[in-house]
Design a protein around this ligand. Structure first.
Ligand SMILES: *Cc1c(COP(=O)(O)O)cnc(C)c1O
Length: 472
């Protein structure tokens, strides 16, 4: 039976998986969620023991896509997706002590956990589009990490053309080179003479220009896409399957920005993973931590930190959790979200917060604390972590101090330390080298064009370059 997806704002039409994946945002401005969450029984988890990551992911993802893609095709796409990873276990779990582990999610081609979902999404897009005889153009802005993961996911895909805008001179060398050394003809890097916000504003304007949007069949592969969420549910289940013989329950600590990763943990819990706590770990940009502590959602300005991929003010995936908290009442979500956009802060009642705290907790670390965690975890536990992972590890250690009886804590390691070598070296004294498959990154040839901060020029560039590559 094919699962239907409904919008968190209640009025967009229900769609199947494939249409949800290709649409992204619902027409009423909401996010799509499954009408009912598929379940896995204890027997079901037991049956996955000893299975490969691909087999577990297949078992977890299939109920979400049934009706849109057949069993064998899904397995083939997953096999191809995770063949790009540089660790046989795909998501190895490293034990730090008897009740603290890290699950390493950074063995993909761009060294961050986003590869888990984007490598899958790129292949799913290509599969669906070629079946339909369609092509899309992905246009995105990046301050670093997402751009390279999206480019790696879309490179050499026949049905996808990708344009990524980055602010010239304002992304790190490693980040820029991870994007600009991909020389596939369907990949177009543009360095904008402006800031990240300028880049993002241009992408938004292009999306709002209906004529242009249709002309190029423009699409986004941002983190609200359900296909990304369901790919991420798989590693929570995988962790539980590894642990289930040793512990009764499990807790996860998740370095959080857009709330996509931790929301996937919530879905895993809804599917049946016996979770004690899901802990939101934030840096100084702590809107979510403040919300979980006080019940008040209030945006402030974004400040740069050592963990840039978590420098986010409004976490778009939070709306999916809100929908469940409101008893799946789309009208109530609309009311809150409209209020939040127009008038600012909203507050949750105590009863709802009590329900929320059964599963969720939160912690915050500033840069100084983050550096200290990198140093002490390296010295005391022999584990070198990147600044994002360190925020999670710090949150785990804080939580354990307050709750010594806690279930086994698994911290998600979201990036390889070598992606942020300067911060890691400064904190620990150890310079993390890039893995061998990227060791020649600084010698590879770069390909990108520099454009002024001018919307019309960027649109003309996109039109021009699309024509050239479809003629080729
Ligand atoms: C994107 C990212 C995060 C934040 O994940 P969300 O799903 O946005 O909450 C954390 N760490 C790293 C390294 C990332 O790239």
């Amino acid at each position: 039976m094919a699962l239907k997806y409904i919008s968190t704002r209640g009025t967009a039409p229900a769609l199947n998986f494939e249409d949800v994946m290709l649409t992204g945002l619902a027409t009423d401005g909401g996010l799509y969620v499954p009408e009912a969450c598929p379940k896995i029984s204890e027997q079901g988890f037991k049956a996955m023991q000893g299975k490969s990551y691909v087999d577990v992911a297949h078992r977890v993802i299939f109920p979400f896509v049934e009706g849109s893609i057949d069993d064998g095709t899904l397995h083939g796409l997953l096999k191809d997706t995770y063949a790009q990873f540089h660790d046989e276990e795909i998501a190895p779990i490293v034990s730090l002590d008897e009740n603290l582990s890290v699950m390493e999610l950074f063995h993909g081609p761009t060294l961050a956990f986003k590869d888990f979902a984007l490598q899958f999404l790129g292949r799913m897009f290509d599969y669906s589009l070629s079946k339909r005889g369609q092509k899309i153009t992905v246009v995105g802005a990046t301050s670093g990490d997402t751009g390279s993961a999206a480019i790696e996911a879309c490179r050499d895909r026949d049905c996808v053309e990708i344009f990524i805008l980055h602010p010239k001179g304002r992304v790190s060398d490693v980040q820029r080179r991870q994007m600009t050394t991909v020389t596939s003809p369907n990949v177009h890097n543009i360095a904008i003479e402006g800031s990240f916000d300028d880049c993002q504003d241009m992408v938004k304007s292009m999306f709002n220009d209906q004529k242009f949007r249709q002309e190029i069949n423009m699409s986004a592969i941002n983190s609200i896409n359900w296909a990304r969420i369901c790919a991420q549910v798989a590693y929570y289940v995988y962790a539980w399957v590894q642990m289930m013989d040793k512990v009764d329950r499990i807790s996860f600590v998740v370095p959080t920005g857009n709330f996509g990763n931790i929301y996937a943990g919530y879905v895993a819990q809804s599917m049946g993973v016996p979770m004690d706590k899901l802990i939101v770990a934030t840096n100084k940009n702590d809107i979510l931590h403040r919300f979980f502590q006080t019940g008040k959602m209030e945006a402030t300005t974004v400040e740069p930190t050592l963990s840039p991929s978590m420098d986010i003010q409004i976490s778009s995936n939070f709306e999916r959790l809100l929908f469940d908290l409101y008893g799946r009442d789309g009208a109530a979500v609309v009311k809150t979200m409209d209020h939040f956009r127009q008038n600012g802060p909203f507050e949750m009642d105590d009863e709802t917060m009590t329900r929320l705290h059964v599963l969720f907790d939160s912690a915050r670390l500033n840069d100084e604390e983050t550096s200290k965690v990198i140093k002490t975890v390296h010295e005391k536990m022999g584990y070198l972590s990147d600044p994002h992972t360190a925020v999670g590890l710090g949150a785990a250690l804080q939580y354990r101090e307050k709750h010594p009886e806690t279930a086994h804590l698994v911290t998600l390691a979201t990036a390889d330390p070598s992606k942020f070598p300067d911060a890691v070296e400064k904190a620990s004294g150890v310079f993390p080298e890039l893995p061998s498959f990227l060791s020649d990154l600084h010698q590879r040839e770069e390909k990108y064009d520099v454009l002024p901060n001018d919307l019309n020029k960027v649109m003309a560039y996109i039109r021009q370059n699309m024509k050239q590559s479809s003629a080729a």
